[in-house]
Structures are given as C-alpha cells and as structure tokens.
Design a binder for this molecule. Structure first.
Ligand SMILES: [Zn+2]
Length: 421
C-alpha cells in the first residue's frame, strides 16, 4: 500500500517574490524554477491566516479588525472621560494592555474605541493559544478538520526559532504541520529601507528553507512553501487624523479606524458623509473604495457594520499617526523587542503590505517541493489553500471550503514509491 501523504507547510509571510534572485536566495529561486508553483492573490488585510486555514474570507470568518457597536448613551463618568485629551486615554489604555494583553487596541482613543466591537486575531493569540484557530467565525479550519493528533500549528517569531526548528520539524506523526515563521515579515516592516540588512536575512531564510526541504525529503514529507504577500518600501505617510480635524466636521458625526495601510469610516449624518467623501476623493497618495467595491477584492460584507467607506494608502504610502501608535508604547517596544529597534529612531513602518491587491507587493506564491505534482492554474486565491491541503491529504474539504485545489498528483504514489525503491 502507498504511504500516506504528509505535508509540512513552511509559511513565510513577506518573502517578496521581487527579492528572490540567484544572489541572495538561490535555493528559493531554484525551487520556483524546478518545482510546481502558483501565484497567490491576496486580500487587502494584514490578517490572512484565518482565511488560509478556514478557506473562507473575512466576510464569513469575521476577522476584520473592528465593527461598529450600537451606541449606548454615555454615563456621567463616560462623559468625563470623553473630555480628556486623547493622549491621556491612550496612555492609560496602554498601561492596562501591559498588565493584561486582552486589553487590545489600546492606542485607539477612548471616545472611538468604546464604539467598536473587536474582531482581531493577533499573532500573540495564535502563539499562546493555537486552538483559537480551530473554529473561526463558526467555520472550522483545516486543523480542526484533520484533528489535533494529525495536524498542528506552530508560531515562530524570531530568526533563532527557525534555527531551532531545524531540530524539530517536520514532526513525526503529523500529517499536517503548519508553521508560521513570522520573523522575516516583522523584520521587513522595520528594516526594508536597509538593503544590506534585508539581504543578510534573505540569505539566512534561503539557507533555512534549503535545510528544511532536505529534512522534509529525508522524512518522506512534502514541503509547501507558502508566501501570501511581499512588502513595499514606504516613501511617505499621510496624516489623516490632522486632515479630518482640519475639515471642521464635528467628531461625533462620524467614526473612523485607522490602520497602517487603510482607514475605514462610518457616518452618523449625511452632512459628514458628503463632506468627508468629497475630501477623501481628492486626497493625494490614496484610493477610496466603497463597501461594494471591496467585494472585488474578496471582502464581502452584507452591511456597513464593518465599514462604510475605505481609504487605502497607495503603495509606498502609509497613514501616520495610525491607531496602533502611541509614543510611550513605541518607545517600550523599541527597547524591549530587538526586531523592532528602528522604532526608537522613527516610529513609521519602513515596509508594508495590506493595501489594495493589484500590486506586486501584495502578491504571494505557493510552491510544492515535490515534482510528482501538477499545478492546476497560474494564480490561486487565498481561499484555495485549505481545499488544496485537504485534497493533497486525500481528505474531503469541509463544505464551506469552496475554493479549488491547486495541486494534483501526476505520478501515482505507488509508482513513485516503487520507482524510488
Ligand atoms: Zn506584515
């Protein structure tokens, strides 16, 4: 009988295809030349793991930062807090976050934060509680479908985790290992302007992938190299907070949530909707999208709770200050996290992604490190990943995993085993 297929997914976000070459990444370069691979179209978000694992987009899994709450009238205490300067409330919230990391979005001023429901899956949560990936928004992931004995997710943040991983991975007994090596993406966010440093890390990552692939081959495990986006060098930022303030529209007539790559808006009066839409339509270095236009990018929400209007920074442009920035928290992170050191000199990201998808910085790729497969198309969607893994493992994808499996076996497993024997 043919041996059961085993998959090791080496997930390295940020490993931009434009930076794959013979000089710094000769091994990945040869993988892309010699093995079946597919381009990967992403969605305009920085939280892609939930979509990869469930096979359904944010419209269903609901990992989409924030939604607007039905507003409750302010208590007398609330009215008092509402009068405080933003810096005071965000700093107090950041200290609360330090004590308990469940106090999320602490850099969002209280008057806006109180209006949001949170729909985030931060990497810190995936790291400490991988079981949060079993069921997302009511949709089971491939990890849940395969069961904990057969499938496992591991989060690795630091480059040293890669080095250590070579002693562990692939894990015996797992039919699916899904390992997220986040370090390179995080490093790129803060070092993309330093070509020498990035090249040094590219060479390290390339050598890591080469050694990992060898270990997988020796263990009879099929390696998938999954990259779901690259990163674009940041040249300038847009101060949307200042622009909104200067517009003169009272702040209680609209709500906004400002990420690094995009700002979303909700309006409470027609006057605010008309004036702000007009203002944003003419704003340099940005692109305005309606909720309906977001459907084209795979973001399908039936109502405006998750955002009425979206303003994206064009590639090379971010929003700053954004809703993840607080000066004290920035100082703290720059001191305590080695990967984030450049924050100390400048709090703006150096590289970014999560903007509109029609740009090479947002494109990813999937390579299968086994020549016994054929690839079914040139470009895949994020939602094709889950059914692809299930079909590689000869399992039926869950009903909600409606994407297309992208790799099919061209050489039957029995033949390959007898040929190699
Ligand atoms: Zn990132």
């Amino acid at each position: 009988m043919a041996e059961q297929t085993k998959i090791f997914t080496c997930y390295i976000p940020g490993l931009d295809r434009r930076r794959i070459d013979q000089q710094n990444t000769p091994y990945v370069h040869s993988l892309l030349q010699d093995y079946p691979s597919c381009r990967l179209r992403t969605i305009p978000s920085t939280e892609l793991t939930p979509t990869l694992l469930t096979g359904v987009g944010p419209g269903k899994n609901k990992i989409w930062q924030v939604s607007l709450k039905d507003t409750e009238p302010l208590s007398p205490m609330g009215k008092l807090i509402n009068l405080l300067p933003e810096f005071v409330t965000t700093t107090a919230q950041c200290f609360a976050h330090l004590i308990n990391s469940n106090n999320d979005l602490s850099a969002v001023p209280w008057w806006r934060r109180r209006q949001f429901n949170l729909h985030r899956m931060k990497y810190t949560r995936r790291e400490t509680d991988p079981e949060c990936l079993d069921q997302i928004g009511g949709y089971s992931s491939i990890l849940k479908e395969l069961g904990h004995d057969d499938a496992g997710y591991v989060f690795c943040k630091h480059f040293v985790d890669m080095e250590n991983g070579l002693n562990i991975f692939p894990r015996a007994g797992k039919r699916l290992d899904f390992v997220e090596f986040y370090g390179f993406d995080l490093y790129s966010h803060w070092h993309l302007d330093n070509v020498d440093k990035i090249n040094e890390k590219l060479r390290f990552v390339d050598s890591f992938i080469q050694r990992l692939h060898k270990r997988c081959q020796d263990a009879g495990v099929t390696m998938l190299l999954l990259v779901d986006h690259g990163q674009e060098l940041i040249r300038a930022s847009v101060n949307i907070k200042k622009i909104l303030k200067q517009s003169g529209i009272p702040r209680d007539e609209y709500v906004y949530f400002c990420e690094v790559s995009a700002v979303r808006f909700w309006f409470k009066t027609d006057r605010a909707r008309t004036a702000i839409t007009k203002l944003l339509e003419n704003l340099e270095h940005t692109t305005l999208q309606t909720r309906q236009q977001m459907f084209e990018h795979g973001i399908c929400f039936d109502d405006t709770r998750f955002g009425e209007l979206y303003l994206f920074g064009n590639h090379g442009h971010t929003f700053f200050p954004h809703d993840f920035y607080n000066p004290l928290a920035n100082l703290f992170l720059g001191i305590t996290d080695k990967l984030l050191r450049p924050r100390l000199f400048n709090a703006r990201h150096r590289g970014n992604h999560g903007h509109l998808p029609d740009h090479p910085a947002e494109e990813g790729y999937l390579v299968i490190g086994d020549q016994a497969y054929d690839v079914a198309g040139e470009i895949m969607q994020l939602t094709d990943f889950a059914p692809t893994v299930m079909s590689l493992l000869d399992e039926k994808p869950a009903e909600h995993m409606t994407g297309t499996p992208i790799f099919t076996r061209s050489i039957p497993a029995t033949e390959q085993t007898s040929a190699s024997a």
